[in-house]
Design a protein around this ligand. Structure first.
Ligand code: SF4
Length: 549
């Protein structure tokens, strides 16, 4: 571990709150954060993900989550996009789904277990759960042969089942075997342009078409849970997958028939203009005897000079034309052009090239007062939420998808046992769920620690649990749901009461027991695999240039 790696140890000091936290995952790595789904997945500084990519801190929503998982409580799940609707649906028992996918490029390991656990937890909380094998992606983007893929696919499914995924109440599939997903991928592809994939993934003229197809396939995976019925859906993944999540959110929006906005008069406002017009409206509606008296031209007057608004003038005019830059001037210009049109809050349904039958149905179904224009319709008696709901219903009833933008949660990458990144290509750096329990034991025993050079120093200064891959094992896996135990290990370590030899012995023992249990469970659930409606052997042929099996 390098010492120049910034840590957020202050925010994550477990002594500061009641549950145990970890800073694990701020491993060595480049300073620049790039999110590359097919590249190296080390993240030097998680804070940059918030600042540069707009991922939100999970902590800010933790309270809204019913019965949060220990990975959430301990900050291992550190970020999210738009998890609010998922948390709300979980709280209310409304329809909600979870889905994640696995590229079968090697054995499933303890990093994958985080995602398995996240899927299973959401399933236990009532979500429709989906797990998929990204075999098209592994073939196209990683060049795995179908035989290799088949072998590993089985292992991922077995571990997911062994950890508690309920297949009677959830869906497992392979990308290659899911025709609905591939049909949806085709449709989504009509909304994605090559230049966009170039920008997001660095694709160029040398990128194979199959690789591109694997991207739209993943987009379809992500939206697949909404095929029966639109519903909030969470995608638990590592932050390297965020580019996929953002694209899926964009594509979901592009499939929609209507966009809902708040409006005040016939003209469109941008987000900043809307704020100042809202302020003008609120103030003027207060000042006027009757809020029907408030006209656009008053709004323009207000924005140019809040004091001079005259409701009694016969036909008020704006003395000086609204020139200048800035939001107030541009909003005033629009208001001025609308003249004596009433200034009145409303919900606007903008048609995004909706089919006529959908637009007609929408106009018909809007309750209360409404006003219809060419490309939009305004509703005066609906809340924003009611409007969203109605637009979605109409869209689904007239043959559209009505997708919610998918949400995501992000977990920290585990540090490799040898320091640096945990990598499937370095066996000693990770523990496979298929490792012989004795090997698992041995790998933990020889792991790097956050310990000091000598026992005396350790007693005096305490260990550096925040930089210790062994502590991470406790926090991410070995403590299970027992926060007190994780906190005890942490406190004893940083307090100098715990020495690395004993600590590793205990962790190694727990790891061995975990692997024994898990592998016994795998055997027990093996017969379930046969009952699954999933092809375990790909009926595919070999293409010239493919690796030998
Ligand atoms: Fe890591 Fe345990 Fe040593 Fe602390 S005592 S540094 S947690 S191995």
């Amino acid at each position: 571990m390098t010492d120049d790696t910034p840590t957020d140890a202050d925010e994550h000091d477990p002594r500061a709150d009641s549950t145990s936290r970890t800073d694990g995952g701020t491993a060595t790595g480049a300073d620049d954060v790039t999110l590359d789904p097919w590249g190296s997945s080390t993240i030097a500084d998680y804070r940059k993900l918030f600042e540069e990519f707009g991922i939100e801190e999970f902590d800010s929503i933790l309270e809204a989550v019913p019965n949060p998982h220990y990975l959430m409580r301990r900050g291992v799940i550190f970020g999210h996009r738009d998890y609010g609707p998922v948390a709300e649906a979980l709280r209310n028992g409304d329809p909600v789904a979870v889905l994640s996918g696995f590229m079968p490029t090697g054995d499933p390991h303890i990093g994958h277990k985080l995602v398995f656990d996240e899927i299973i937890w959401h399933q236990e909380q009532g979500a429709d759960a989906y797990g998929l094998i990204a075999d098209l992606e592994a073939h196209a983007a990683r060049g795995l042969t179908w035989a290799e893929i088949d072998e590993h696919a089985r292992d991922y499914l077995l571990s997911l089942l062994a950890l508690g995924f309920d297949p009677d109440d959830g869906v497992l599939y392979r990308q290659s075997g899911n025709e609905e997903v591939q049909d949806l991928a085709f449709e989504l592809g009509s909304k994605a342009r090559f230049a966009e994939l170039e920008g997001i993934y660095g694709f160029d003229g040398e990128t194979s078409v199959s690789h591109m197809q694997s991207v739209v396939t993943q987009m379809a995976d992500i939206l697949y849970p909404q095929m029966d019925e639109p519903k909030p859906t969470v995608i638990p993944v590592g932050p390297d997958q965020d580019p996929h999540v953002r694209l899926a959110r964009d594509l979901a929006a592009r499939m929609r028939f209507f966009k809902i906005t708040e409006a005040y008069f016939s003209q469109e406002l941008d987000d900043d203009e809307r704020v100042v017009v809202a302020e003008a409206y609120e103030t003027l509606a207060d000042r006027a005897d009757d809020d029907q008296d408030v006209r656009c031209v008053h709004g323009a007057q207000y924005l140019l000079d809040p004091q001079t608004v005259d409701f009694d003038a016969d036909r008020p005019t704006v003395d000086s034309p609204a020139v200048g830059d800035g939001v107030r001037a541009s909003a005033a210009t629009k208001l001025q052009n609308a003249g004596m049109e009433p200034l009145r809050p409303r919900i606007r349904f903008l048609s995004r090239d909706a089919p006529d039958r959908a637009f007609e149905a929408l106009v018909e179904r809007i309750p209360g007062e409404k006003r219809r224009y060419d490309e939009h319709v305004d509703a005066f008696d609906l809340s924003f939420e009611e409007a969203e709901e109605l637009a979605r219903q109409v869209e689904v009833d007239t043959g559209g998808y009505g997708f919610y933008p998918p949400s995501s949660i992000y977990h920290r990458f585990m540090t490799g046992l040898t320091g640096g990144k945990m990598s499937s290509s370095i066996p000693a750096s990770h523990i496979s769920l298929l490792d012989d329990p004795e090997d698992g034991y041995a790998k933990v025993k020889s792991a790097t620690t956050g310990g000091r050079d000598t026992a005396e120093e350790q007693r005096e200064l305490g260990g550096e649990a925040d930089k210790c891959p062994v502590y991470e094992l406790y926090a991410y896996l070995l403590s299970g749901d027992d926060d007190d135990f994780a906190k005890e290990v942490y406190d004893e370590c940083v307090g100098g009461e715990r020495l690395c030899g004993d600590c590793k012995e205990q962790a190694a023992q727990l790891m061995k027991e975990f692997l024994e249990d898990h592998q016994a469970n795998r055997e027990e659930v093996a017969p379930m695999l046969d009952d699954l409606d999933i092809e375990l052997e790909s009926p595919r042929r070999t293409v010239a240039g493919e690796a030998d099996d």
